[in-house]
Design a binder for this molecule. Structure first.
Ligand SMILES: Nc1ncnc2c1ncn2[C@@H]1O[C@H](COP(=O)(O)OP(=O)(O)OP(=O)(O)O)[C@@H](O)[C@H]1O
Length: 939
């Protein structure tokens, strides 16, 4: 709050005279309405925003409307706000990198004459990129996708095109989706999409509602485009201009798609790729395949804390924050971002990354030496991008040069390694670096810079073309040197005349205001005052001294200045030529950037694995249809990394037919969520190619992780907790297969105990019998543990593969003190600990006592409770063994209930319809339960 006030008190004054204001108001009225656009006007020292944008800025960034001012009078008055340069950056950063509901426009001009100079959206940062990343690394490159959905008999066929403008990659894919658009959701997550183009009008149709829900779950901005833009008619021709190499492969690729080509066509026109000639021949186009990477929906990304969030208390809260030890400027971070969104599915590919990580783990010296060099590598990808977009200057070329001269060192460090995987390192890195850095490639570029740029001047912070590079420059340089000598002689002579030691007392300064001047301290001035007054011109007397000149120095200084200007203008052309030549090496830089950023990420994995207090281990990877998931001494890497946690490792054995489905019970705060999430996190890390926080790990590859944990922020979006829970669960039931991993925490919390329990039971059965995915199911419903006693389909108990586990807590019988041990043990939890946890959390003793009294009336978990007989009977009824026939009929009916439920088009129904339908289903179930004791227990 104080900070805001401070920011406000620093608000630049909005100073427009009446005429300027009038002109601006008339211009402002002509702007087309665009509720998403925030428009800022550059007034040189500050910016302004007006109308709704001013209110938006006042409320969002100043948190008060008192900062608003009125421009103009009467009916024409326009609320306005002024914004400092710092605040402008904050706003641009927030709009383009954080929020996903606004676009940004910047205007320059004066009076009634303004023009749009920059515009950006979350998907296309446009020329704001320079402002946003002038002093910050670009951690993630935004992606825009376009969707061409087409409903058919089997579901919705989705055509998807996308562009990554930073990486200059275009892609397309097509897939059939279910009614929850689970495939679309995982594609948007994997691509790191920030903005999604959809055909106008689709938003109005209720059948597309689930598609928009999926987009919104991913936090992606929706932009509507005319249907006519989703045309792939001239696509091959257009792509032919944009992509590298011949058009034939592009033609073959595009011909395999129907809807996706329309989507890609829309992207080309929206991002105006053809309007910028620097794009020509610089793009690659590829087919994106959903089945190449592990699919992760937005709920799993959240549950596993994969990406950073603003609310994270420290960087180790997220997997990205923890794993990011990259040291190149930006490139490594972006690649890590991408890898975390796209875990691999291929055993060989995963093992290849793991081999490399192992080499770096085992060779600490190699790791250290490589990092020393990588630290000095600039963001080659972005520099190259700037070169190609003709936005580069000599500074960019020099930065590329400084990175390039490191490449031979990196190569020789790698060559020194002689470990088990030395051949792999050679094939993957040394050979590539050798290829890219020979005399036709990088060495040629290095040669170009060394002959054209005056590298000696870099020490003075000057980026200049070397005078030897051009005869004109050389002549100018000679003149400049002659003048410098003359000025120096004059300096000497003046020191003599004034009888002052040169440099020590009589200084010669070069400044912007006066050019060359002599300077003495104020103390010395009285000594020479007479001479100064007669032979010199005093320019300024300040604390730091007295500045003066004479006609000779003035003349020489002016001549010097003129020559410097001539030199600059002469070199301007040469700089353009050097920059252009440097741009012709972009393929080389891209190749090198690819190698270095990969090295950077793998070194980062190795660094994490080796530097943790308990080192990580290399996982054994097996294909999805074989092997189990065995994690011994497994930890949650992010929880473990918190200073205040002394982490207790646990074993997790998901063994097919034995413990493939685990029900985890235990007290609140006992570590259930942490345990089930850590399994997901370990599997994800392994498939990204990282070592894992375990003593031993064997992982059967998963093609998808589904997670349903916590109710998230659904209340804010007007969806009830229960509804949200059911929607997420329905998408698991629809999308999961035996190759997925399912993590479910606290299902059924949002509804009455019995409804919740019934649903949880039926969902568990469905997963065990139909989906057959390894599952971790943490629950407070102790009764669910009875599932483990159920026979499998073929009557053998083992084959059901359900096993009970519980997190262990110790209660001291003498003082009822509860100690969480966080140890996961086989078997069901035989006590409920809710009240102990409340005590643990310092609830008032009277509340705890009352809770104990009430609980003892209902359940027999209190070791000291004297339970009335009738309640004992009721309790023992709950525990009664049911007739197996009754159980099997009952569960079949419950499954039917669940299936009916999962087929309800919940997204298209309004809450009253849902209530009506559910109540009917419940009445039907009650009716059928008349003959089933097993079912009756739920009513
Ligand atoms: N293995 C562990 N070692 C040490 N501390 C742990 C461990 N597991 C969990 N914790 C600590 O206990 C806290 C609670 O854990 P967690 O949220 O997993 O419990 P829970 O059983 O799921 O609770 P609830 O049922 O209330 O959701 C965590 O924030 C963490 O600080």
């Amino acid at each position: 709050m104080n900070e805001n006030l401070e920011e406000q008190s620093k608000l630049p004054e909005l100073k427009l005279d009446a005429k300027q204001a009038q002109g601006f108001l008339s211009f402002f009225k002509t702007l087309p309405k665009d509720p998403r656009a925030v428009r800022l006007f550059d007034r040189r020292d500050y910016y302004t925003a007006h109308g709704d944008d001013a209110t938006f800025i006042a409320k969002t960034y100043y948190h008060t409307t008192t900062a608003l001012r009125q421009l103009g009078n009467g009916a024409d008055a326009l609320s306005s706000i002024s914004v400092s340069r710092n605040m402008f950056e904050t706003i641009a950063r927030d709009i383009l990198l954080e929020r996903m509901d606004r676009t940004l426009e910047l205007y320059e001009g004066s009076g009634s004459n303004w023009r749009l100079v920059k515009s950006g959206t979350p998907g296309n940062l446009g020329s704001f990129e320079d402002i946003l990343f002038a002093n910050n690394e670009m951690q993630d490159s935004p992606v825009i996708a376009a969707l061409a959905p087409n409903f058919g008999q089997n579901g919705c066929e989705v055509g998807l095109g996308y562009v990554d403008i930073t990486k200059r990659v275009l892609g397309l894919t097509e897939f059939l989706d279910d009614s929850h658009f689970t495939n679309l959701e995982s594609a948007l997550v994997a691509l790191g999409c920030r903005e999604c183009l959809v055909p106008a009008e689709t938003g109005k149709s209720s059948e597309y509602r689930p598609m928009f829900d999926a987009i919104s779950r991913c936090g992606v901005m929706v932009t509507e485009r005319k249907k006519t833009e989703f045309k792939g008619r001239d696509l091959v021709q257009d792509l032919g201009r944009l992509v590298k190499g011949s058009v034939e492969p592009v033609r073959d690729l595009v011909s395999g798609f129907e809807c996706a080509s329309g989507a890609l066509g829309c992207i080309l026109s929206y991002a105006e790729l053809l309007a910028d000639e620097s794009n020509y021949g610089n793009y690659t186009v590829k087919q994106y395949s959903l089945s190449s990477y592990m699919r992760l929906d937005s709920a799993a990304m959240r549950a596993l804390n994969v990406m950073e969030s603003k609310s994270d208390a420290n960087k180790n809260f997220s997997l990205f924050g923890l794993m990011n030890r990259t040291c190149t400027a930006g490139m490594g971070k972006r690649l890590l971002h991408m890898w975390l969104k796209q875990p691999l599915l291929d055993v060989e590919e995963i093992n290849c990354r793991l081999d490399l990580v192992q080499s770096f783990v085992e060779d600490a010296a190699l790791r250290q030496d490589l990092r020393q060099h990588l630290k000095r590598i600039s963001d080659i990808e972005r520099l190259t991008h700037n070169l190609e977009r003709k936005r580069a200057s000599l500074v960019h070329v020099v930065k590329l040069y400084q990175s390039s001269i490191r490449v031979p060192y990196i190569k020789s460090v790698l060559e020194r390694h002689d470990g088990q995987f030395a051949t792999l390192i050679r094939e993957r890195y040394i050979d590539s670096l050798e290829k890219w850095s020979d005399d036709n490639h990088l060495n040629k570029f290095i040669g170009l810079v060394e002959t054209s740029v005056d590298l000696d001047q870099l020490e003075n912070g000057e980026y200049m073309i070397s005078s030897a590079y051009d005869p004109n420059l050389s002549a100018l340089k000679d003149e400049q040197e002659t003048l410098e000598r003359q000025i120096h002689n004059l300096h000497k002579q003046t020191a003599n005349d004034l009888d002052l030691p040169i440099d020590k007392s009589l200084k010669l300064d070069k400044e912007t205001q006066f050019g060359h001047v002599f300077r003495i301290t104020k103390k010395e001035e009285p000594k020479v005052r007479k001479q100064l007054n007669s032979h010199y011109i005093v320019l300024e007397t300040r604390k730091d001294g007295v500045k003066f000149t004479n006609t000779k120095l003035k003349k020489l200084g002016d001549q010097f200045h003129k020559i410097v200007e001539e030199y600059k203008s002469c070199q301007k052309e040469l700089v353009a030529r050097v920059v252009q030549t440097a741009a012709s090496f972009s393929e080389v830089f891209e190749g090198i950037a690819g190698v270095l950023s990969e090295l950077d990420v793998l070194l980062s994995f190795a660094d994490l694995a080796a530097s943790c207090p308990t080192p990580y281990t290399r996982p054994n990877i097996s294909p999805p249809d074989t092997g189990d998931i065995i994690l011994e001494g497994c930890r949650h890497p992010c929880v473990e990394a918190q200073d205040w946690v002394n982490f207790i490792p646990n074993d997790c054995r998901l063994v097919r037919g034995e413990s493939w489905f685990q029900i985890i019970t235990g007290p609140n705060m006992g570590g259930k969520s942490t345990y089930i999430r850590q399994v997901g996190v370990n599997v994800l890390m392994a498939q990204v190619g990282s070592f894992v926080p375990c003593d031993n790990a064997t992982i059967s590859i998963r093609d998808c992780i589904f997670a349903r944990v916590g109710a998230g922020d659904c209340q804010l979006r007007g969806v009830s907790t229960f509804m949200q829970e059911m929607l997420e669960t329905a998408s698991i039931l629809k999308g999961a297969t035996d190759r997925s991993l399912i993590i479910i925490d606290e299902l059924g919390r949002g509804t009455s105990t019995y409804d919740g329990f019934g649903l949880a039971w039926a969902i568990c059965e469905h997963i065990v019998e139909e989906i057959k995915a390894p599952t971790l199911f943490a629950t407070h419903f102790h009764e669910l543990t009875a599932l483990a006693n159920k026979n499998g389909n073929n009557g053998h108990k083992q084959n059901a593969g359900i096993a009970n586990f519980h997190v262990f807590a110790h209660i001291d019988p003498s003082n009822r003190k509860l100690t969480m041990l966080y140890k996961v043990q086989p078997g069901a939890c035989d006590q409920s600990f809710g009240i102990h946890v409340a005590e643990f959390a310092n609830f008032p003793p009277s509340v705890v006592a009352l809770a104990r009294e009430k609980a003892s009336e209902l359940e027999d978990f209190s070791p000291i409770a004297i339970i009335p007989n009738d309640i004992k009977e009721a309790a023992s009824k709950r525990k009664r063994e049911f007739d197996p026939h009754d159980v099997s009929r009952g569960t079949a009916r419950a499954r039917q209930f669940l299936q009916d439920f999962s087929q309800l088009p919940l997204d298209k129904m309004d809450p009253s319809e849902v209530r009506q339908q559910l109540s009917k289903m419940k009445t039907d179930l009650e009716r059928d339960a008349v003959d089933s004791h097993w079912l009756q227990q739920f009513f």
